[in-house]
Design a protein around this ligand. Structure first.
Ligand code: ADP
Ligand code: MG
Length: 594
C-alpha cells in the first residue's frame, strides 16, 4: 500500500460523518442556520423518518445568489472572521461545514432570497457535485431540501435506528429548539402529520406541554436568577414530581442544547436530601453567559461546551434551582374524597397549589432566603406587641419556613400533633429530628465537629473493599468527629465518636457509614460529607416509640421551624402532614354540603 491523498469525495464523506450522523443531525444543522438567520418562522417537513426527505424553510435574511456556491463549500461561513471570534461565539453555527457535509451525502437543493433582492436563486448539489445557480422567483428566506439522505453511503444507512426511533429523535430535537426560542414559530410535519406546532408567543410553559404532558408542564416550578453574569432560567420539577432516570433533565447554554456533567451535578445538588434515592428531577434550564466565558468549539456537533469557570456555573445553577425549590416545597396535604365536595369547587391543583402563581407571601416574608445556615425570616419571633399575622385564607404559605406551630400533644409515641394558622399538622418526630440535626451539622461543618472519646478504643474489622473506602475518607471522618485509625489489615481502631452519636456502639457507627460509601462510588467532593452527616443524623435522631415531654415536643417544633427545608427529612421523606381547616370542614360536612 502506498500513501495517497484521498479523493475529495471520500474526504468529504469522512468529514460529513462527524456532523451528519442521522436525519436528526440534518434537522439540527438546518434549524440552527434558520435561527442564525434571524427567522421568526421555521417549518420542518420530514418524510420517511428523514430518509426520503428533510425540508426546512425559514423567513430569515437569506443568501445572495452569488454566495450560494460558497454556502455549500466546506469551511465557508459568514459567522466568523478571526481567531478571536472563535472564542466569542454568539451564533449557533460557526464551523462552516454543515451544508457542505449534508450536500455530500444526499441530493441537496437550496433556494434562497434575501428580502432586499428582487429574485431568488436555487442551487443543487448531488453527492457533493455542485450544479449551477439558477435564478427563480421565491419568497424571502431560505428553503433547504435534503432528499435521499445517505443514498451514496449505504453503510451509514445500516446504522440508523428503526424509523419510529429516528422520528422520535427529530421530534425531541425540534421540541428543544422550540423551548429555547419561544418567540420563534416552529412547525414539524412528519409524513403529512403535524407533530409539533408552537405559536411563537414567547410562552415557554406552552412549549413545555409538548415536551412533558400538560399536567407536568403546569406543575413545573419557574427558575429565574442572575448571578456573576450568569443567568439561569427555566423550569424544574417540584420534589414530588420525579423520574426514575436522568433523561428528563435538559440544559441549554446560550440557546444551544448541551450535555454537560457540571450542569447535571449542580441541579442534582440542589435537590440533595429532597428526593428519594434513585429519583431524578425533570428540568429544562437555560444558562446564559457572556460568549467569551464558554467554549463551544469542543465537538463537531456542538453538543458539548467547556466553561471558563465551571465552579461559578455550578454555584449559579445550584443556587437558582435550590431557591425555587425552597420557595415551593409543599407539605403533603391529606387528600380526602369527600362526598360533599361540590364539583365546581374542586380545584385542579388541590394539594398542589399552582406553583407558578405568585406564592402567597406570608407577612411579606421573602421566599428566597439565602442558603447557608441563616434561618428563614418567616420563623423569626414576632416583636412584642405585634400579633401573629393572620392566616392566609385557604392555602398554606408556600414559603420555605413553617408557620408558627402550637404543640398539642404526641400520639403513638411517634407523631407530634400541632396546630398552625391553617389547621392541623402531624409531624413524624424521627424524620423531623433528623432534619434538625442534619441542618445543624451542615451549618457547623466548616469547623471540626465535637467529638467524644471512648473510654476504651474499639477495633472494628471490615471487608477488604469496605476498608479501602474507609481509608480514603479518614480525613473527612476526622472532621466529622470520628477518630478512627488504621490498625492492621482491614481493621480500624475507633477512639472517638461525634458527640451526637455518643452512646452508640462504635462498630455499628462505623459500619453505617461504610454502607453509604458503597452506594455511591463517585460522590462529588462535599457530597461525601453531606451523605455521612445524613446517615449520622438518622442514627442520632429520636426514634418512633420514644415518648417526649411537652418541653421536648415544643423544642423540636421550634427547631424544625428554624430549618431551611423543614418539610422533608434529609433522605427526602416528608416530615409532616397537613390537614387544613378546609379539609376538616369538608370531612365534618360543614362545607360543600349545602
Ligand atoms: P455555519 O452555519 O457554521 O456558518 P453552514 O454550512 O451551516 O455553516 O452554513 C454556511 C453559511 O451559509 C452560513 O454561514 C450562512 O451564511 C449561510 N446560510 C446557511 N443556511 C442559511 C439560512 N437558512 N439562511 C441564511 N443563511 C444561511
Ligand atoms: Mg450552520
Amino acid at each position: 500500500m502506498t500513501i495517497h491523498l484521498l479523493p475529495e469525495e471520500i474526504a468529504s464523506q469522512i468529514a460529513a460523518g462527524e456532523v451528519v450522523e442521522r436525519p436528526a443531525s440534518v434537522v439540527k444543522e438546518l434549524v440552527e442556520n434558520a435561527l442564525d438567520a434571524g427567522a421568526t418562522h421555521v417549518q420542518v417537513r420530514v418524510e420517511d423518518a428523514g430518509q426520503r426527505l428533510i425540508e426546512v424553510s425559514d423567513d430569515g435574511h437569506g443568501i445572495p445568489a452569488d454566495e450560494l456556491p460558497l454556502a455549500v463549500t466546506r469551511h465557508a461561513t459568514s459567522k466568523l472572521y478571526t481567531t478571536e471570534d472563535l472564542f466569542c461565539i454568539a451564533t449557533l453555527g460557526f464551523r462552516g461545514e454543515a451544508l457542505a457535509s449534508i450536500a455530500s451525502v444526499s441530493r441537496f437543493t437550496i433556494t434562497s432570497r434575501p428580502s432586499e433582492a428582487a429574485m431568488g436563486a436555487r442551487l443543487r448539489v448531488e453527492g457533493g457535485h455542485v450544479g449551477a445557480v439558477e435564478p427563480l422567483g421565491a419568497p424571502p428566506g431560505t428553503l433547504v431540501r435534503v432528499e435521499d439522505l445517505f443514498y451514496n453511503v449505504p453503510a451509514r444507512r445500516k446504522f440508523l435506528k428503526k424509523p419510529v426511533t429516528e422520528r422520535r429523535l427529530i421530534d425531541a430535537l425540534l421540541t428543544r429548539y422550540a423551548l429555547a426560542y419561544p418567540t420563534v414559530r416552529f412547525s414539524l410535519t412528519q409524513d403529512g402529520r403535524v407533530t409539533l406546532q408552537t405559536s411563537g408567543n414567547g410562552e415557554r410553559r406552552e412549549v413545555l406541554a409538548a415536551l412533558f404532558d400538560l399536567e407536568t408542564a403546569r406543575r413545573m416550578l419557574a427558575v429565574e436568577a442572575l448571578e456573576e453574569r450568569i443567568r439561569v432560567e427555566g423550569f424544574i420539577s417540584p420534589t414530588d414530581l420525579t423520574a426514575g432516570n436522568r433523561q428528563k433533565m435538559l440544559f441549554f447554554v446560550n440557546g444551544r442544547p448541551v450535555q454537560d456533567g457540571t450542569l447535571i451535578a449542580a441541579l442534582l445538588r440542589a435537590y440533595h436530601t429532597l428526593l428519594m434515592v434513585g429519583r431524578y428531577p425533570y428540568a429544562v434550564l437555560f444558562v446564559n453567559l457572556p460568549p467569551e466565558d464558554v467554549d463551544v468549539n469542543v465537538h463537531p456537533t456542538k453538543a458539548e461546551v467547556r466553561f471558563r469557570d465551571k465552579e461559578a456555573i455550578f454555584r449559579a445553577v445550584q443556587r437558582a434551582a435550590r431557591r425555587a425549590l425552597l420557595a415551593h416545597t409543599p407539605i403533603p396535604d391529606i387528600q380526602v374524597d369527600s362526598p360533599y365536595t361540590r364539583p365546581q369547587e374542586s380545584n385542579p391543583f388541590e394539594g398542589h397549589p399552582a406553583p407558578w402563581d405568585a406564592a402567597p407571601s406570608w407577612d411579606g416574608v421573602e421566599t428566597d432566603a439565602p442558603l447557608g445556615g441563616a434561618y428563614l425570616p418567616g420563623t423569626m419571633p414576632h416583636p412584642e406587641g405585634s400579633s401573629v399575622p393572620p392566616a392566609p385564607t385557604g392555602q398554606m404559605p408556600l414559603t420555605g419556613g413553617l408557620p408558627l406551630l402550637r404543640p398539642v400533644g404526641q400520639i403513638a409515641s411517634a407523631y407530634l400533633v400541632a396546630e398552625g394558622p391553617d389547621g392541623l399538622y402531624l409531624i413524624d418526630q424521627h424524620a423531623a429530628h433528623e432534619r434538625v440535626l442534619f441542618e445543624r451539622f451542615m451549618a457547623q461543618r466548616e469547623q471540626n465537629l465535637p467529638s467524644q472519646a471512648l473510654l476504651e478504643p474499639v477495633s472494628v474489622s471490615l471487608l477488604p473493599e469496605q476498608a479501602r473506602l474507609v481509608e480514603g475518607e479518614l480525613p473527612v471522618l476526622a472532621r466529622l468527629g470520628f477518630q478512627v485509625e488504621e490498625f492492621g489489615r482491614n481493621t480500624f481502631l475507633v477512639r472517638a465518636l461525634p458527640t451526637l452519636l455518643a452512646g452508640m456502639a462504635p462498630d455499628a457507627a462505623l459500619r453505617v457509614l461504610v454502607e453509604d460509601f458503597e452506594e455511591d462510588e463517585t460522590p462529588l467532593q462535599g457530597q461525601v460529607e453531606a451523605k455521612i452527616i445524613a446517615r449520622v443524623c438518622k442514627r442520632a435522631a429520636v426514634k418512633a416509640g420514644q415518648s417526649l415531654s411537652s418541653q421536648e415536643q415544643e423544642a423540636l417544633l421550634r427547631d424544625l421551624e428554624a430549618c431551611q427545608s423543614p418539610r422533608t427529612c434529609p433522605h427526602g421523606r416528608p416530615t409532616m402532614i397537613h390537614l387544613s381547616v378546609d379539609i376538616l370542614e369538608r370531612q365534618f360536612g360543614r362545607r360543600g354540603a349545602r
